[in-house]
Design a protein around this ligand. Structure first.
Ligand SMILES: NC(=O)c1ccc[n+]([C@@H]2O[C@H](COP(=O)([O-])OP(=O)(O)OC[C@H]3O[C@@H](n4cnc5c(N)ncnc54)[C@H](O)[C@@H]3O)[C@@H](O)[C@H]2O)c1
Length: 318
């Protein structure tokens, strides 16, 4: 089995290699050779070679890890993770990265079409829902790529953050919180759900749901809080990517909030947006329609409109 990480010389990419490497050797079939290709631009090649050695020392698994600045080295990948592109700086929104990163991911998608068109693809680069759409659209046009094989990572991370903030606000163990699910856009139009949250398996009463307003605000601003310190998130995002990779390589069929192509759900069509999906070896197996409040559906619909506008604005890209 082979996984390629494009953008692996960066912070999210290199940590993805580490976290994927940790789960990779645990795959049941001992006869399968596990390979991780770290792909980035020539300027990062040397440092990536060093990272590959360091990561191999850390994971202590039977995984071959190699660094390359040649995109043809992604050939025959089972999964490709795209983390290439600019991260946001202090005071920036994810949406402000759109033009620069759109050109980068479009170019990468063309090479995926050339060298490894059948891979499952996990897109991380921001603004993630739009970048996922671009990767899919590019591959669909040249190769009729199936939409369920292109998946965006955002909701898994946002849901981890939401769960942590709920545990803090209700002064309980994080293990007692369930149903902390974030749908919609990975960005300003994020929709952390109130309707699904349970503490010690109990639904919240109206007062407790009110208490979630502040938690939701913190969740929406979680990435910005980190960026405003002059840092950027990469430990948690890479753990979130590894969770999705695990669902695919081990065919777990678990339900995770991922960016996927909506076709009619909540009245949304033709955009990639965060929805609960069942993930397995074929990628997205099913989009799950949860019973949620009408106001939550409206917010998700609104996020869908925002995403459509962003895509419209990109039409002039070559
Ligand atoms: N979806 C999420 O939840 C989430 C979370 C965190 C970060 N991100 C996004 O992930 C991206 C990477 O963040 P980071 O902190 O790792 O940034 P980084 O600057 O540390 O790494 C980006 C890497 O991409 C590489 N790169 C640039 N152009 C490339 C190309 N054409 N081909 C191959 N590699 C290329 C760079 O050389 C660099 O190594 C950003 O867009 C960031 O906003 C998304």
């Amino acid at each position: 089995m082979k996984i390629s990480v494009i953008g692996a010389g960066g912070r999210v990419g290199s940590n993805c290699v580490l976290n994927i490497g940790k789960i990779f050797g645990k795959k049941k079939n001992e006869n399968i050779k596990n390979i991780i290709a770290m792909i980035d631009i020539p300027q990062t090649l040397n440092s990536m070679k060093g990272m590959a050695i360091d990561i191999k020392d850390a994971i202590m698994n039977d995984v071959e890890i190699f660094a390359s600045d040649d995109r043809s080295d992604i050939e025959n990948s089972d999964i490709i993770v795209i983390t290439a592109g600019k991260p946001r700086g202090p005071g920036m929104t994810r949406e402000q990265l759109v033009f620069e990163n759109a050109a980068i991911v479009k170019d990468i998608a063309k090479d995926i079409g050339k060298f490894s068109p059948d891979s499952k693809i996990i897109v991380v680069s921001n603004p993630m829902d739009v970048m996922t759409y671009i990767v899919y659209k590019t591959l669909y046009e040249i190769y009729r790529k199936k939409s369920n094989e292109v998946i965006g990572m955002g909701g898994v991370l946002d849901s981890m953050r939401y769960k942590k903030f709920i545990a803090e606000a209700f002064n309980c163990s994080i293990k007692e919180v369930s149903g902390a699910i974030v749908l919609g856009q990975h960005g300003e139009g994020m929709v952390p759900l109130k309707s699904t949250v349970r503490i010690k398996r109990k639904k919240l009463n109206k007062d407790d749901e009110k208490k979630l307003d502040e938690v939701i605000e913190k969740t929406i601003n979680a990435g910005k809080t980190i960026a405003d310190f002059g840092a950027s998130a990469y430990f948690a995002p890479s753990v979130a990517v590894a969770k999705m990779v695990n669902a695919i390589i081990n065919d777990t069929h678990e339900i995770l909030p991922c960016s996927t192509l909506a076709s009619g759900i909540y009245g949304i069509d033709g955009v990639f947006i965060g929805l609960p999906v069942r993930l397995g070896k074929n990628g997205v197996e099913e989009i799950i329609e949860l019973k949620i409040y009408d106001e939550e559906k409206n917010k998700i619909r609104e996020a869908g409109k925002n995403l459509k506008n962003m895509i419209e604005n990109l039409k002039f890209l070559p």
